[in-house]
Write a protein that binds this ligand. Structure first.
Ligand code: AAO
Length: 511
């Protein structure tokens, strides 16, 4: 009885850090800008069968419709109300998606935009995804409702009302981020209104939230609305389960606001992860993969059990947010697959895979002038995600999560879950390898010469299928075979010109 009590108290303490993924699934995927009906199908036909634990969905609430430029992706970060009504679908479609995904054990995490409403410069009217009226000039959002009382206008001390310096924590929290009307989260009415929105989603069955622009909210104000949240819906989650919380705080060092201020509320996005990994894999600034030996906290990242990690996100894949040119994306596919492979093999953090749409990227003076372009659409209506015969996607959906190398590494991570980081090897340069206990092993060759060597894998003897160059199908390998001898030694050979210069083996892909 006492033990049970202790366990349940511990459970509650841990709860907001726990993604509540099912069946030992360990990663989520951001299906950026997808329609709800397509996500429901993807959960059933692809994500559940391939061991994905959940989906981060784009903001589901009503937002401004921007016609100049024409329907940019970022209009969804300008809320008008908390009605579930967006380009991805209406509330019925959202509910259907949550149910169908939950029914196959794939959780839904909502991107919650609660720091602000729309931009101050947007004109008043009903140009919104559900037709609700709003007037940014007079701070009037009757469909919530919010009025001028509910914004931080009086608190912000800069003349422009903008955040002018990230060195002033008061500006960052109380002024406008890119002109967006900043909500007064110290007010109980605002906290309760936000909590009501999130509770509506929790009751429908979502498992947690990415909290947008968390850096721009005081951690204590966030705690106040998070404390009001319901437990997860018991149709799909255990009694007393708390929503998983991950806060978007960009902390690359060098600013007074630290990720650690937010650990009490939940996990935090570790932006150093993708910025550094990109630098290493690109071999910029004298970096080498050999230096990845102490990847994680050894690189001054936040504690692993607080970190939400990713190689790129919807902002920094197109030059928004932070991370800069080092960020790897699907545009650099060969290096990108290595980076995602490394992330998924390494035990650090809770992992999110990015799934993008293609846009007409075009650089002028080092800036992508098309960084605003929205999802594939017909006159504004988001196009369906079609699936080709080879299981890739059509209609300009990139579907990185379906790339064999990435999908198989998501499975690898599930197979090695809980195993130690073991048997590190490097050549002092860009050839490295490591294992996860006696369950999996991965080898990279990012040097300009061939790799050919015997390595200690820690795995039981036998023939394994490399899950990067192929799959195990009907007890044979469609790609490279690796023979692990007794005592775990195996010979690896990777050409530096290989399509994918890395090899990964695990016990579920053993013949
Ligand atoms: C759009 C237009 C604006 C217009 C506005 C209002 O583009 O021109 O004024 O509407 O009408 C997204 C888009 C925005 C868009 C917005 C609303 O990205 O372009 O504005 O929707 O439609 C900061 C925040 C971070 C934020 C990021 C983009 O801290 O929270 O900017 N990300 C989230 C979302 C994002 C969304 C919003 C927030 C707003 O993921 O999609 O915006 O809902 C420094 C700071 C960072 C700061 C960056 C960028 O970073 O540390 O906190 O991120 O600056 O301002 C090095 C440094 C690094 C530094 C970086 C850039 O890397 O190491 O620290 O340089 O200087």
């Amino acid at each position: 009885m006492k033990l049970l009590l202790l366990l349940s108290v511990l459970g509650v303490c841990w709860a907001q850090y726990d993604p509540h993924t099912k069946y030992g699934r360990t990663s989520i995927v951001h299906l950026f800008e997808w329609r709800w009906d397509d996500i429901a199908l993807e959960c059933e036909r692809y994500l559940a069968p391939n061991g994905y634990g959940g989906v981060q969905v784009s903001p589901p609430n009503e937002n401004v419709v921007i016609n100049n430029p024409s329907r940019p992706w970022w209009e969804r970060y300008q809320p008008v109300s908390y009605k579930i009504c967006s380009r991805s679908g209406n509330e019925d479609e959202f509910r259907d998606m949550v149910k169908r995904c939950n029914d196959v054990g794939v959780n839904i995490y909502v991107d919650a935009v609660v720091n602000h409403m729309c931009g101050s410069g947007v004109s008043a009217g009903t140009s919104s995804t559900c037709g609700s009226y709003y007037n940014p000039g007079s701070r009037d959002f009757p469909a919530v409702p919010y009025s001028s009382w509910d914004f931080n206008d009086g608190k912000c001390k800069t003349r422009s009302e903008e955040i002018e310096s990230y060195n002033d924590i008061y500006q960052v929290r109380d002024c406008h981020l890119s002109g967006l009307l900043d909500l007064a989260l110290e007010k109980d009415y605002v906290r309760s209104t936000i909590a009501a929105y999130l509770n509506h989603l929790i009751d429908i069955g979502v498992a947690g939230f990415r909290i947008d622009a968390s850096k721009h909210m005081w951690p204590g104000d966030m705690k106040a609305f998070l404390d009001k949240l319901h437990n997860l819906n018991t149709t799909w989650f255990p009694q007393g389960a708390r929503p998983f919380i991950y806060q978007e705080v960009i902390d690359l060092g060098g600013e007074p606001i630290k990720s650690s201020e937010y650990f009490g509320n939940g996990r935090v996005t570790e932006f150093k992860f993708g910025a550094k990994l990109g630098t290493v894999i690109r071999k910029w600034n004298g970096e080498k993969m050999a230096y990845l030996k102490n990847w994680g906290e050894g690189w001054a990242f936040m504690p692993s059990d607080r970190a939400l990690v990713f190689v790129d996100n919807h902002d920094n894949q197109r030059g928004h947010g932070a991370g800069g040119a080092s960020i790897l994306t699907f545009w650099d596919a060969r290096l990108y697959k290595m980076a995602v492979g490394f992330m998924l093999a390494h035990p650090y953090g809770f992992t999110r895979v990015m799934s993008s749409f293609r846009w007409p990227r075009y650089f002028e003076n080092g800036q992508d002038v098309n960084d605003w372009v929205g999802p594939p659409n017909d006159n504004g209506v988001i196009k369906r995600v079609t699936v080709n015969a080879d299981s890739t996607c059509g209609n300009d959906w990139v579907c990185e999560h379906r790339w064999r190398q990435i999908r198989n590494m998501v499975i690898f991570r599930n197979v090695v879950n809980g195993q130690d980081f073991t048997n590190w090897w490097d050549n002092g340069s860009n050839q490295v390898a490591f294992g996860r206990g006696n369950k999996g092993f991965i080898v990279f060759n990012n040097d300009d010469w061939a790799l050919s060597t015997n390595l200690q894998t820690g795995l039981p003897a036998g023939t394994y299928c490399d899950v990067i160059s192929g799959d195990k199908i009907h007890n044979h390998c469609t790609g490279i075979e690796i023979y692990v001898r007794s005592h775990g030694l195996a010979y690896f050979s990777i050409s530096n010109t290989a399509e994918d210069p890395f090899i990964a083996i695990h016990v579920d892909a053993k013949l």
